[in-house]
Write a protein that binds this ligand. Structure first.
Ligand code: NOJ
Length: 725
């Protein structure tokens, strides 16, 4: 159907619809197969049959979605099909690493491959739309939802947005196996005050433009079908009522053509925010701001008729939203075949095996090696006795992480499972030694006994999966006390210790733990194949290549922390009292953005820009030589940062402008080339317009944001096109 035909059919439908039916299209209800918001509700079947529901979340399964779809198509007056949405965040049945971990693979192709599988599995389950990707830039490990984000950087977030949206949607929403994407949560949700879930947000106009908006812009440019506003406000104006950002910026200036879907009861919560007296006002505010669909608030259902009566909204404004929702349903192919995702396609054995293999690969590619004293790792498989201790060693359920859709713990592998395949069982001594988050220290002795009898201790510490994700904020994002007591007792035995940290956030670690660990690994939540992926890393079947997508602080008091801070007038100086530092903690993080080791080591040459002067409109390339100086093949990630040392505004000490990866054999040298466009150096100037300024630009290339890892060069940026200038 071409665009004109589609528009004509939408207008014809609209002309037939009464007010209830129109509002019904804007009403998204939750079923109770999954609970992702306050309260618990069964699907309102009578409302569906009456045409008062336009879409459904938390309901899946080819057979079950078919039955509900049948009600909409056969029992309602106009037979308009529903669409089904779900939080497919890092996999539907095959669960991949949490986004914060997967972002650290720094591989856009991998991000796309996992999203394709997630889309295919979701479509096999009767779903049409995912509430992903989550694109909130996050710099506060207290905030539980940092787990769902691609980390702390805008450039990284934009690259992630582009890859995920394109891969979920795959060009044509009406084709089997493709899923409409929802970029969320718009915008700056990562800035919740003191990391507390749903709390207020204050952000400068400049930070909004330079940091928080770019991933969403990238999602819109990639064609995202939907955007979800954040639960939060910005400076007092809740996002569900933020016309200036939703409508004026995204809809009008960016040209977003998809639908805005509210977050779960986000419209009704305008009353709690204190900007609406009742659901009528809440509905009017959200509709005027541009929110098309009301998820689980019933605010449109209950409030829009009154808003019309009071003259707060017009029928024409309601029609605009209905048109968009119908447009999405046409794009999804639902008017051609409302049952198109209800065929009950079951993947064959080979397909399932490939998906599991991808879970294992992406798991391994997201596990970050942070310390490896005297090359204690890799450990030869089947060699020596292992004490596998700690509450996360056998935690299949937790390996899936928060928001794990239909991931099945019975089909997930914990570390212990992964090791059993490689060591004789009797050579693995397992004792949990502690539970994840209780203060019970009575189990420690059994873990110490195991450690005493072993050649090496694998100490598995961290968070349960419910300690991060939505409503998972922690005032103190460190290891629970009983786990620290376990670690202390085990480390006192002076056996070689490999500490593996699981969790959905950067954790605060005590110095002694970092010091006493011979190897330290951030495993995050690696997904369904966690155990195999970890065993691959520990035994060297995979050479670690992941990097940190978020800075790990030394102390909670350093939060928020990220690499791209601006200089101060008094840079930190240990010898100068009146400089920017703490008197009780360092300024430096525990682990910097981009850090991560491998089982080989690399040497980096100086950046070689292809020109000394970069003119407005030009793109330059910068090459750098890199040698694998170790004894095994490995993959290295290189980061391109810039710095504008003198500008009309103080600019960040480092700005990420690119990342590239290279695989090199032992002893091999290769060249990595970055492209840098003059426009990439623009920033939001004093008058809040985008500016490009003449002057020196520092180029820094390295393996992480830690200054000591960087090799540098400088170029001149010239914005005048006048040849004599
Ligand atoms: C609330 C969350 O904020 C959002 O991310 C999610 O998509 C919805 N609930 C639906 O589950």
């Amino acid at each position: 159907m071409n665009g004109t035909d589609r528009a004509a059919r939408i207008e014809a439908l609209l002309a037939e619809m009464n007010l209830d039916e129109k509002i019904g299209q804007l009403n998204m209800v939750s079923a109770d197969l999954s609970v992702s918001g306050p309260g618990r509700r069964a699907l309102p079947l009578a409302d569906i049959s009456a045409g008062l529901v336009g879409s459904v979340l938390n309901w899946w399964g080819a057979r079950d979605t078919r039955e509900i779809q049948r009600r909409a198509v056969e029992e309602t007056r106009l037979g308009i099909p529903l669409f089904f949405g779900f939080d497919v965040i890092h996999g539907q049945r095959t669960i991949f690493p949490i986004p914060l971990a997967e972002a650290g693979a720094f591989d856009t192709t991998l991000w796309e491959r996992t999203a394709r599988v997630a889309a295919q599995e979701a479509a096999e389950d009767g779903l049409h739309l995912t509430f992903a990707p989550m694109l909130d830039v996050a710099r506060d490990p207290r905030w539980g939802r940092i787990a769902e984000t691609p980390g702390e950087d805008a450039f990284l977030g934009a690259a992630f947005a582009d890859a995920k949206v394109r891969a979920f949607q795959n060009g044509d929403l009406s084709r089997n196996g493709n899923l409409a994407a929802t970029a969320k949560h718009f915008v700056a949700y990562g800035l919740v005050n003191a990391g507390r879930e749903y709390a207020q947000v204050d952000v400068s106009e400049r930070a909004l433009r330079d940091v928080y908006l770019p991933p969403f812009r990238a999602a819109v440019e990639a064609g995202a079908a939907a955007i979800m506003p954040a639960f939060t406000d910005i400076a007092g104006l809740p996002m569900h009522a933020h016309r200036e950002l939703l409508f004026s910026l995204v809809r009008e200036r960016w040209g977003f053509e998809g639908v805005f879907i509210s977050d779960y009861s986000g419209i009704a919560e305008l009353v709690n925010h204190g900007v609406a007296a009742d659901l009528v006002e809440a509905a009017a505010l959200a509709l005027k701001a541009g929110v098309d669909i009301d998820m689980m608030g019933f605010a449109y259902l209950k409030g829009l008729p009154g808003a019309l009566e009071r003259g707060l909204v017009s029928m024409a404004e309601i029609d605009v939203c209905v048109r968009r929702v119908l447009g999405l349903k046409f794009a999804l192919g639902l008017f051609d075949d409302p049952y198109r995702a209800c065929a009950g396609d079951v993947p064959d054995f080979a397909t399932r095996a490939l998906r599991r293999a991808l879970a294992r690969e992406s798991g391994a590619r997201s596990i970050v090696l942070l310390k490896n004293r005297h090359d204690i790792l890799p450990h030869d498989a089947g060699h020596g006795t292992l004490a596998v201790v700690g509450p996360l060693a056998d935690a299949r359920h937790d390996m899936l992480g928060p928001w794990c859709a239909l991931g099945d713990q019975d089909e997930s592998f914990a570390l212990l499972d992964g090791l059993y395949g490689r060591w004789p069982r009797e050579w693995i001594l397992h004792a949990p030694g502690a539970t994840i988050d209780t203060t019970d220290e009575t189990m420690i002795e059994s873990a110490c006994a195991a450690a005493r009898g072993a050649d090496c201790v694998i100490l598995c510490l961290g968070e349960s999966r419910s300690m991060s994700g939505e409503a998972g904020s922690r005032a103190d994002p460190s290891l629970p006390a009983a786990q620290l007591a376990l670690a202390k007792a085990v480390m006192a035995l002076e056996k070689p210790v490999v500490a593996i940290l699981f969790g959905g956030r950067p954790l605060i670690l005590p110095d002694w733990l970092v010091e006493a660990s011979d190897a330290l690994i951030a495993a995050w939540f690696p997904g369904s194949e966690a155990g195999h992926a970890l065993a691959d890393i520990l035994t060297g079947v995979c050479n670690p290549s992941a990097r940190l997508a978020a800075t790990w602080p030394m102390a909670a008091g350093q939060i928020p922390i990220w690499f791209g801070q601006r200089p101060t007038g008094r840079p930190a100086d240990a010898k100068e009292m009146y400089s920017s530092k703490y008197i009780d903690a360092p300024v430096e993080p525990r682990f910097a953005f981009g850090e991560g080791l491998s089982y080989t080591n690399f040497l980096l040459g100086d950046p070689q820009p292809d020109r000394a002067v970069l003119q407005r409109g030009e793109t330059m390339s910068i090459s750098v030589c890199i040698t694998n100086a170790g004894s095994r093949r490995g993959r290295q990630t290189l980061f391109l940062f810039t710095r504008d040392p003198v500008a009309s505004l103080s600019r960040p000490l480092l700005e990420l402008k690119g990342f590239r990866q290279i695989d090199l054999d032992a002893g091999e040298t290769g060249t990595v080339t970055f492209e840098l466009a003059a426009d990439d150096l623009a920033f939001t100037g004093c008058d809040l317009s985008s500016v490009l300024e003449d002057g020196c630009i520092e180029i820094h290339i390295g393996f992480s944001a830690r200054r000591t890892s960087l090799r540098s060069a400088a170029i001149e940026l010239k914005t005048s096109t006048d040849a004599t200038a």
